[in-house]
Structures are given as structure tokens and as C-alpha cells.
Design a binder for this molecule. Structure first.
Ligand SMILES: [Zn+2]
Length: 692
């Protein structure tokens, strides 16, 4: 070991910092009772500096490279950084404030540079490569071999194998691309805000409830404009289209959204076109025919051809179903003597009328049966108990980041401690939108760590003393996020790099979407869907209506997603020598070529507001949402064929899939459990796409 150089800029970091030493709380839970906002930055900076020391010591080791002194040693680095970053990420996402936000933007570029300092370290890569190329003679166990493959691939993927001149070119491309990504993100945010619908004439907002109008008036006030403001959501369809009865209003809002990102002074089309070109050039530098080929190599799908083949199987039945739905809607428009052809801005308004007529169903009828604690303990936890034998005890002694957060200790069937699970379900102004799972501690036998994971959601919080009654979608969200949590908690691997949810994007949503199936499974549903006042189970007729209404509008929903996925794939299979594209022409031709260009069903995102692919890391990855739907429907079909909710079925799934993280090639792992490769049939069946 080389002597450690002095730590830079860590004057404020010492034993009084709560991250200085590993947490002494059960499961090494973060000591939120002692953490102040000012503790994060010094701890994270010291954590980066320490990891660089640790990595340098490995790279400079005078002993010949071995699996132990290179791969195992790397697995043990960065523990201080992990402890500080995991707590910081939780707070930054779920309970932020201006101080935290400042720290976040200050750290973002430095964390990216920190990654480069590891992956582009030539001495370190030489050792990694030496062990990798010699792996057959080392007689390692399967998981250790997998670690060698995965880590070596991560280095090569990041450009470690390039010569010095090409590494410099790569850094330049990365720099320009990240600047453009940032420009796109900020430009889109500004344009989306600017493109909001503003009116002083309330009659054009007919159909909205008093509460919706009040919210629109309040937004106008906060933006210091007269009248009402209807903001745009970052999708093609807008939530209020279901209620807005004035057709001209819907059309204007739609057009505002459709052309956002094209405004003079803030036109994002040149940004998008240049980004696509830069990415194609980056792929060529790294030795790939396209950016998608580079991205997909370490995913389950592996190649652009596999993704396109998968999407092409879904497009004909999805568009056929969307067309049938469109015909039903057109018939309703005609019956009302509308005198126009169905347009995208009409779809949801009339679809909602069709839904009410067809299913005679309203969310307010079912909500009294979905009281949150009942859903959590008698639904989410119950299914995990029946399948995996888990039990849950609330712990009031573990510190949390906000008083609404609850903590449960999870025990295995044999009574052994397994994990800590936190849930933070209620909406707050200082919380990001949506729902997610993450971890404070990843499971690892090497490090002797049991998992500490959490779920966050944005469920509406009622006034104090009122029951928390949630919607059917919210119930599904709780099961979904808990599916991710199970993937983290049931992990049983040696190395943290391969633990739990550290898997490719087109696998990670599989356990979560799979767990959603139990929300509507009759034995589970009956166990939790009881009236919050009377305790009576939901009447069968109502439960049946709820189940049937899930089939509604599936053609539209899937088609708009497939169109977005195809757009993403077309942009990222662009040839490296292709000129800068005309965005509008490219988009039109991409959708036509893919046969997913229904006039009334536009893509969920246009190129000019497709944040996922231009700034959020989903480039050549948007298909993953549909890919994992194939997996979860196919997997649930296996359960149905084998007796459904039983301990034996759960145990088999746990030992062969959920506990395994990324310790085996995932196509193989899935096929070993399922008895064959995944098939698309169950997905087509479940979405009601198999003909009329
Ligand atoms: Zn998810």
C-alpha cells in the first residue's frame, strides 16, 4: 500500500460528522436523528477523496493482479461515500430544501468526474483486464466469475480500452453531450412553463370541477397573471382532456403542448439533432455501429435487432386495438351529431364517456375499500408473507428523515432478521413527483451487510383524523414499489456490485411489475379490500367492474408507448456518418416506417419533449418498460399454471430469481426459472390484444 496523501478540502469532516464511522444503529441504518444538512457535503467530498485513495492503492499495488487484490478489493472501496450518498439521495428526493438543492448542484459534476477518475484509470484497467483475460485458469466460483465479466465490461463500456488520443476525443464528446443534455432539460422546463394555457374567460374551462378551477386560479396568482392557468404535463396527452368539454380549448392546449420546444429563441430541435449525431459518433469511437448497439450490449435485449423485433410483435395487435377503440369513440361522436373526425385532443374526453357507459364504474365507489394501512399490512405484506414467509414488525426506535416515515423490521420464515423497510407514502411540496424505491445499505455477504431499503410515493394526505383512502392506481403503486423492495430485501449474494436491484434497466422493472399482479389476485384482494368503517369485503359485482375496467383504453395506451419507443430506437440507430437530421421530417418518417403512425394516436412524447431519452438516461432504453411487461405477465402465467399464491411457488421464485441480483446472465436466469425463454403471448392476452 502506498501511504495515503492528505485529504483535500475536508476541514469540516471529522469524528463529529455522523457519517465519519459506520452507523451503530441496527442494520447500519442512517442516524437521521444526528444528521444535519451541513453534514452531507463534507462527508461526500471526503468519501470521494477516500475512494480515490483506495482505488489508487489497488492500481499501484506492486504485487501481480489477482481476483482478490483487484476485484474483491474494489468491492470494498467507497464505503464512506456510499453511506453519505445514500442518505443524501433519500433526502434530496423526498424531503429537500434550498440548502440540499445547492449541495446537489455543486456535487453533480464532481460525482461524474469521480466516476471517470475510476473508469478511465489506465493502470487500474490494466489489472482488471489481466485478471479477466486469465479468468479460466483461476477456478473461481460462478458469482466471482460473473463479477469479473460485469466489472470488466463496465470499464470497457466507459471507454477504458481506448488509446490516449481516443480517450481525449471521448471526453470532448461527453462534455459537449452533457452540455446539450443540460440545455435540453432546462430549455424544456422553461418552454413547458411558457406553453401553459392562460385564459380570463372561465366559460372555456367548462367541465372542470370547482377544485380544479380554484387550482388554476391559484396557479395564475402565483405566476402573477390574470385569470386561470392550465399547466402542461410533460406528455402529449394532458390530464384535463377527460373533463374539458370545449373542443377549441382542448385543441389549443394540445397544440401548445405539441409545439413546445419549437419556440423562437428556445428551439430545441437543433439540440436534439446534434445530440443524436454526437451519440452516434461516440458509438463509432467505442467500436459500435450505433448508439443503441452500444447501450444495449449489457442489457437483457442485447441488440437493437432484438428490441425492434420485440416492438414489431406488439405494434400490429396494439394499433388494431387502438383502431377499434377509435371506431367506438367515433360512433359516439357521430351519435351526438359532433360532425367531426376524432382527433388526439378528443380521444380522452369521449373515451371517458365510453368507459362510464360500458363499465358503470366510478373510483369513488371503491376507495372506501382501500384504506392505506389495510392495503399495506393486509395486502402488500400479506402477499409477501404467503409467498416468501416474511413477517413485518414496526420499529418506532429507528430515526427517520420526516415524521410521516414508518420503519418495519422484516424477519424471514425461520425468524432470522432479514432487512429494514422504510415507507414514505405521502405527498409533500418538497418531494419529487412519482414513486420510487432505493436503498441505504445493499445486501452483501462480503461486507456482512443486510439490506436497508425504502419506498417513496406521493399519495394524497388527508386532514388529521381523516382515514387515508387511496385509489386503485395508488394500490398498484404500493405493490409495484414493494416489488422493487423485495428484490432488494431478498438479495442473497456475495458482492455488492451484483446485489438486488443492480441489474440492467430491461430487467429491473420485472420484479416490481410482477408484484403488481398480487394486488388483484382474488385471495390477496379479499384479504385487504375491506370497507374501512364496516370491515365488509368489497361486493363481488363491484370488484368485477374494477377488474374489467382495467382492460379499457389499452390499445391507445400501448400504441402511444410503442410509438415513443420506436422514435427512441430510430434516433439511436442513426449511422455515425449521417448528417444532422431535420427533426420533424425524421420523426414523421420514423413513425411511418415503424407502422405506428395513427393520426389520432400520436407518440406519448415527441422528439422535442422526450426528456427520458435526451436527458434522463433512457436513450435506446424506453422499450424497457414494455419489455419487462412481457416478463411479468409471462412470469405470472407460470404462477397461475402452478397453483398461484403458494409458499412453494414463492420459494422457488425467490431462490432462482429474486435472491440472485445480477449474479447470472439474466436471460439464462429467467429461462432456468421459467423452463424456457420469455414469451410475449401472456402480455398480448392480458392487455386484451388478442383479437376482438
Ligand atoms: Zn418501478
Amino acid at each position: 500500500m502506498t501511504p495515503a496523501p492528505a485529504l483535500a478540502q475536508t476541514a469540516a469532516f471529522g469524528p463529529s460528522n455522523p457519517f465519519f464511522a459506520p452507523s451503530t444503529l441496527p442494520y447500519h441504518a442512517p442516524p437521521f436523528d444526528r444528521i444535519r444538512d451541513s453534514d452531507y457535503q463534507p462527508a461526500i467530498e471526503a468519501g470521494m477523496a477516500r475512494q480515490i485513495q483506495e482505488i489508487t492503492a489497488i492500481a499501484d499495488d506492486s504485487a501481480p493482479p489477482t481476483f482478490e487484490n483487484t476485484f474483491v478489493a474494489m468491492e470494498k472501496t467507497g464505503q464512506l461515500l456510499n453511506r453519505a450518498m445514500s442518505a443524501f439521495s433519500a433526502v434530496a428526493g423526498a424531503n429537500t430544501n434550498p440548502t440540499i438543492e445547492e449541495v446537489q448542484s455543486a456535487l453533480a459534476p464532481r460525482l461524474a468526474a469521480h466516476q471517470d477518475a475510476i473508469y478511465l484509470n489506465a493502470k487500474l484497467f490494466a489489472r482488471v483486464k489481466a485478471v479477466h483475460d486469465n479468468v479460466a485458469s483461476l477456478h473461481l466460483d460462478a458469482e466471482s466469475q460473473r463479477l469479473v465479466t460485469i466489472v470488466c465490461d463496465q470499464f470497457i463500456h466507459a471507454g477504458a480500452a481506448l488509446n490516449h488520443a481516443d480517450k481525449e476525443k471521448l471526453k470532448k464528446i461527453n462534455e459537449e453531450a452533457s452540455t446539450l443534455e443540460d440545455k435540453f432539460q432546462r430549455g424544456l422546463l422553461a418552454d413547458t412553463k411558457k406553453a401553459a394555457f392562460v385564459t380570463t374567460d372561465r366559460s372555456v374551462l367548462a367541465g372542470l370541477s370547482d377544485a380544479q378551477i380554484a387550482a388554476a386560479a391559484q396557479l395564475a396568482e402565483s405566476r402573477k397573471v390574470q385569470g386561470c392557468v392550465i399547466p402542461l404535463q410533460n406528455t402529449t396527452q394532458q390530464p384535463d382532456f377527460t373533463e374539458l368539454s370545449d373542443r377549441a380549448t382542448r385543441q389549443t392546449i394540445f397544440q401548445n403542448g405539441w409545439t413546445r420546444g419549437e419556440q423562437a429563441g428556445g428551439d430545441l430541435r437543433p439540440v436534439v439533432a446534434r445530440l443524436a449525431q454526437l451519440r452516434a459518433q461516440k458509438a463509432r469511437l467505442l467500436g459500435y455501429p450505433s448508439y443503441a448497439a452500444w447501450v444495449l450490449e449489457d442489457q437483457m435485449a442485447k441488440t437493437p435487432q432484438a428490441v425492434l423485433g420485440f416492438l414489431n410483435q406488439l405494434i400490429p395487435p396494439a394499433t388494431a386495438k387502438a383502431q377499434r377503440e377509435g371506431q367506438t369513440i367515433q360512433a359516439l361522436i357521430d351519435a351526438q351529431h359532433g360532425g367531426f373526425t376524432l382527433q388526439p385532443w378528443d380521444w380522452n374526453f369521449y373515451a371517458e364517456q365510453v368507459r362510464k357507459a360500458k363499465y358503470d364504474f366510478d373510483e369513488s365507489q371503491v376507495k372506501p375499500y382501500f384504506e392505506i394501512d389495510n392495503v399495506l399490512e393486509n395486502g402488500v405484506f400479506y402477499a409477501a408473507h404467503e409467498l416468501y414467509g416474511l413477517t413485518f414488525n414496526e420499529r418506532k426506535d429507528i430515526p427517520v428523515w420526516q415524521p410521516d416515515v414508518r420503519v418495519f423490521e422484516v424477519h424471514d420464515a425461520d425468524g432470522k432478521p432479514l432487512a429494514l423497510f422504510y415507507c414514505d407514502y405521502f405527498k409533500r411540496d418538497n418531494k419529487n413527483g412519482g414513486a420510487w424505491m432505493s436503498s441505504f445499505v445493499d445486501q452483501s455477504r462480503l461486507l456482512g451487510n443486510l439490506p436497508v431499503v425504502y419506498n417513496v410515493a406521493n399519495l394524497p394526505k388527508p386532514a388529521p383524523g381523516e382515514p387515508v383512502l387511496i385509489s386503485p392506481d395508488d394500490v398498484v403503486t404500493m405493490f409495484h414499489e414493494f416489488g422493487h423492495a423485495l428484490h432488494g430485501m431478498l438479495s442473497n449474494v456475495e458482492y455488492p456490485t451484483l446485489a438486488g436491484t443492480n441489474v440492467p434497466r430491461d430487467f429491473v422493472e420485472f420484479p416490481s411489475q410482477f408484484n403488481e399482479h398480487w394486488a388483484t389476485y382474488p385471495a390477496v384482494f379479499r384479504h385487504y379490500a375491506t370497507h374501512y368503517q364496516t370491515g365488509e369485503p368489497m361486493p363481488d359485482a363491484l370488484a368485477e367492474k374494477l377488474r374489467k375496467s382495467r382492460d379499457f383504453n389499452q390499445g391507445y395506451r400501448l400504441t402511444e408507448l410503442l410509438a415513443a419507443s420506436m422514435l427512441d430506437m430510430q434516433w439511436h440507430t442513426l449511422a455515425p456518418d449521417a448528417p444532422v437530421q431535420n427533426v420533424d421530417a425524421f420523426e414523421k418518417s420514423a413513425l411511418e416506417k415503424s407502422r405506428v403512425d395513427l393520426a389520432a394516436v400520436p407518440p406519448r412524447y415527441r422528439s422535442t419533449y422526450f426528456l427520458h431519452i435526451w436527458a434522463n438516461g433512457y436513450a435506446a432504453g424506453y422499450y424497457a418498460y414494455q419489455w419487462t411487461e412481457m416478463l411479468d405477465d409471462d412470469a405470472f402465467q407460470w404462477f397461475e399454471e402452478h397453483g398461484g399464491l403458494t409458499r412453494a411457488n414463492g420459494e422457488r421464485f425467490r431462490s432462482m430469481v429474486l435472491s440472485r441480483g445480477n449474479t447470472e446472465e439474466l436471460n439464462q436466469l429467467y429461462a432456468d426459472w421459467r423452463g424456457r425463454a420469455p414469451k410475449i403471448d401472456a402480455m398480448i392476452q392480458d392487455r386484451g390484444l388478442a383479437g376482438k
